[in-house]
Ligand binder design. Structure first.
Ligand code: SF4
Length: 366
């Protein structure tokens, strides 16, 4: 396998078109690209566009609002991945607008790093109900399904906000302006679900695609692949992460997902409903579904559907329509210390990543 430097040399030697836009759909990819400074290292004709790769960023307002209300009004412990704590919902300034604020107001909200921690907390708090607010893509939902398969404590409920990655890409490709010429597909999702999920990009849309791992050399290998495909007008799905991505994916993980979760139409923050893009617990596990157990907040939560803070451009950043620095709030009203939207909160959000990489409006892109 060539080194990152060698891949760069191979890319620079290609007869590139005047402009070529490559989209990634993974916060891990975006972090590696930004931290390694690949945008500056690549020829200027190549635009690397961060797309819908952050599950916290696409988690709809109503789900976060519902989690906040459950934490505030029910005698529960609410656990969730740490990134979710600071994501604000669009409510009045005097109203509790994040799980972090709910915790400060006395709710028992705890950050966790893995589904197993939710099980540990539920066992330790056997007298209480523990609600696991689980937002994530396939790579998170599969371990959650595995946790259920192993048998979870009776007092552990799930508030699922799981999403599939590919339907958002399909929605973009089916729109009039997809905004990209080739796709760098996410290696971890393909490891779980199989590379075949991304074949539609080539077969249906004629767009070059390559699955990449998370190191600069793997990302550059995928970049080189899609550029060659474009130049030679010979699109195919290239697996540039073969040591982890195998045909069919991880059969056990997929079986856990298929038997414990059902795929449903689901709302994406600021974007709307994308058909067949969400994971929800199967009816057989209704006893562990927090939405079934605590239905009182659903109607109130629904009223917050589609609400974004004024000026927040997170939805357009998530869809790759603008870069983080093109949001007028970037660096002015919105910073990691004072985030307006989820893209500045989550470690997988493009705005947060660009900020961490030192990108400021007054300077060049990362
Ligand atoms: S700068 Fe803030 S408001 Fe603008 S897109 Fe990024 S996170 Fe959203």
């Amino acid at each position: 396998m060539p080194s990152a430097r060698e891949w760069l040399e191979k890319i620079r030697a290609l007869p590139l078109p005047a402009r070529v836009r490559l989209m990634n759909v993974c916060g891990g990819h975006e972090r590696s690209i930004s931290m390694a400074g690949l945008r500056k290292a690549l020829p200027s004709q190549i635009e690397l566009i961060p797309g819908p790769g952050c599950p916290v960023c696409v988690c709809p307002e109503q789900d976060i609002y519902q989690a906040i209300q459950m934490a505030l009004h029910e005698d529960i412990v609410l656990v969730t991945f740490g990134d979710m704590l600071r994501v604000p919902v669009n409510v009045g300034k005097r109203t509790i607008r994040s799980l972090e604020q709910a915790k400060a107001a006395g709710a028992d909200v705890r950050p966790i790093a893995s589904p197993l921690e939710a099980v540990t907390i539920a066992r330790a708090e056997a007298q209480k109900t523990v609600v696991f607010f689980a937002a994530g893509f396939e790579t998170t939902c599969a371990p959650v399904a595995g946790m259920i398969a192993e048998g979870i404590p009776e007092n552990l409920l799930l508030l699922m906000s799981g999403r599939l990655t590919w339907p958002a890409v399909a929605m973009l490709l089916e729109s009039e302006q997809p905004g990209f010429d080739a796709l760098i597909a996410p290696g971890h999702v393909a490891t779980v679900m199989g590379p075949e999920e991304w074949q539609f990009v080539v077969d249906k849309h004629g767009i070059p695609a390559a699955i990449a791992g998370f190191t600069p050399d793997s990302l550059l290998a995928a970049t080189y692949s899609v550029l060659r495909q474009l130049i030679e007008e010979r699109p195919f799905l290239d697996n540039c992460y073969p040591r982890a991505v195998r045909p069919g994916g991880n059969h056990l993980a997929r079986q856990c997902l298929e038997t414990r979760m059902e795929v449903v139409d689901a709302p994406w923050r600021g974007i709307g409903i994308i058909p067949a893009s969400g994971f929800e617990l199967r009816p057989a596990f209704a006893d562990h579904n927090a939405r079934t157990r605590f239905p009182d907040f659903a109607e109130d939560a629904r009223r917050h559907a589609g609400e974004m803070p004024p000026g927040c451009d997170c939805a357009r950043v998530v869809l790759g329509k603008i870069t983080p620095t093109e949001c007028r709030l970037y660096e002015t009203a919105c910073t990691p210390r004072n985030p307006v939207g989820p893209c500045m909160v989550s470690d997988e959000g493009a705005c947060r990543i660009w900020w961490a990489a030192g990108v400021r409006k007054s300077r060049d892109a990362a």
